[in-house]
Write a protein that binds this ligand. Structure first.
Ligand SMILES: Nc1ncnc2c1ncn2[C@@H]1O[C@H](COP(=O)(O)OP(=O)(O)O)[C@@H](O)[C@H]1O
Ligand SMILES: [Mg+2]
Length: 383
């Protein structure tokens, strides 16, 4: 029986907010999207076509789920890649490919890949234990400052330890980690690239981030960035190059540092929709979510043009609240032109938990930033 590209059964591993927004974009194209998720109160529940209860890190759960699908994709890297490889061998389309995901899941392997592919990234060393790191510091073969990272399962700054002075050595992470040279950061930027199996690629405009000093989460993000056109082109070119070299199908979000001396260095990549692309829903011709679906279905990629300047802020649970969520002052924010809250539908708030985001658009970026500051001051996630 002939199946059109759009009638393929899509399976997503994970049903968090990124899965939810993929389903929302998919529903516009009438797509059939199933979610594998072990938590039964997941954000994508209200918008997916169907739901299978299972563990995305479990080999059998992923294989059984994937066997019923035509195309399998992810919304989080922490999935069983051996199962994805088995599905590929059965002839299933798995995007991103398991080979790329195996590299990306391990920040050590990512760094080895950058080094081998001559992609600019800070110098690094792999370590098996914190004792090895301490011994290198004592020997003088490792100099403070440096940044230590868990090789796997880090996210939102968890699993990153910045060592600025010898006092910070008490907080070294146990186990297999990597240590990177500390970059003197001028700004942090990201470029999201979409690529389909035919090899067509599109890059979204560069976004620039500002980080929350305590939670180490993106505080707000804006687009267009403050970079010169030449620097933006350089960032875009690098992101396209990495996407091709990793043979990505779907999205690749490329996080980069612009150093004080003007060099662009790759920080890390994520082969899925990304926090730095939330604003594309309101601000770009095609959202990152629709773009991911177009790419994995081998459809023509849409335009990535920025239609209007945008600011995005994450809505994090306030530090002192835990329990049934309340969005304080949400109505005030809804009354401001160009302010678009996205609430993920998580029932419980916890300190710094990502509960939603707000995109603020305005023809004038400075006005959008002003409005974002008002939202940031007034809209609070409490219980
Ligand atoms: N080599 C580095 N030099 C300076 N700051 C860094 C370095 N690596 C990471 N950071 C800071 O830590 C943040 C989180 O690191 P990252 O590797 O992106 O972890 P996560 O997976 O949690 O996003 C970065 O966005 C940046 O602010
Ligand atoms: Mg990061």
């Amino acid at each position: 029986m002939h199946h059109s590209k759009l009638s393929q059964k899509i399976g997503i591993l994970g049903g968090g907010q990124l899965g939810k927004m993929l389903c929302q974009a998919g529903s516009i194209l009438g797509l059939d999207i199933s979610i594998l998720e072990k938590d039964t109160t997941f954000p994508a529940a209200s918008v997916c076509t169907s739901f299978v209860c299972g563990d995305i890190t479990d080999y059998d759960d992923v294989v059984q789920f994937g066997m019923k699908m035509d195309v399998i994709t992810i919304e989080i890297e922490n999935v069983n890649t051996d199962a994805l490889e088995a599905l590929e061998q059965m002839g299933k389309k798995v995007y991103p490919p398991s080979a790329a995901l195996k590299i990306i899941k391990d920040k050590g392997k990512q760094k080895i890949f950058y080094e081998g592919s001559e992609i600019p990234s800070s110098d690094f060393t792999l370590y098996k234990s914190r004792e090895e790191i301490l011994s290198d510091v004592v020997k003088g073969t490792l100099n403070i400052p440096f940044v230590q990272k868990s090789r796997t399962e880090g996210y939102d700054g968890k699993g990153v330890q910045v060592v600025r002075s010898s006092d910070d050595l008490d907080f070294l992470i146990e186990g297999a980690t990597l240590v990177e040279d500390m970059v003197e950061i001028e700004s942090e930027i990201a470029v999201i690239v979409a690529r389909n199996p035919s090899g067509d690629m599109k890059a979204f405009p560069v976004v620039e981030m500002q980080f929350h000093p305590v939670a180490n989460l993106v505080e707000f993000l804006f687009c267009p960035s403050s970079l010169s056109n030449i620097k933006q082109l350089e960032a875009e070119k690098l992101a396209l190059e990495i996407t091709e070299k990793l043979d990505i199908v779907g999205l690749l979000a490329v996080e980069m540092f612009v150093s004080k001396d003007g060099a662009i260095l790759i920080n890390e990549v994520a082969p899925r929709p990304h926090n730095s692309g939330h604003h594309t829903i309101e601000a770009c011709s095609t959202s990152q979510y629709e773009m991911h679906l177009r790419a994995i279905l081998d459809l023509p990629l849409g335009s990535t043009e920025l239609i209007i300047p945008a600011v995005m802020i994450n809505l994090l649970g306030e530090p002192d609240y835990q329990g049934k969520v309340v969005y304080q002052n949400i109505e005030n924010c809804l009354s401001i032109d160009g302010v678009y809250p996205h609430l993920y539908g998580k029932k419980e708030t916890k300190p710094y938990r990502k509960m939603g985001h707000v995109t603020i658009v305005d023809k004038n970026l400075d006005i959008a930033i002003e409005k974002a500051r008002i939202v940031q001051k007034t809209l609070k996630v409490i219980s």
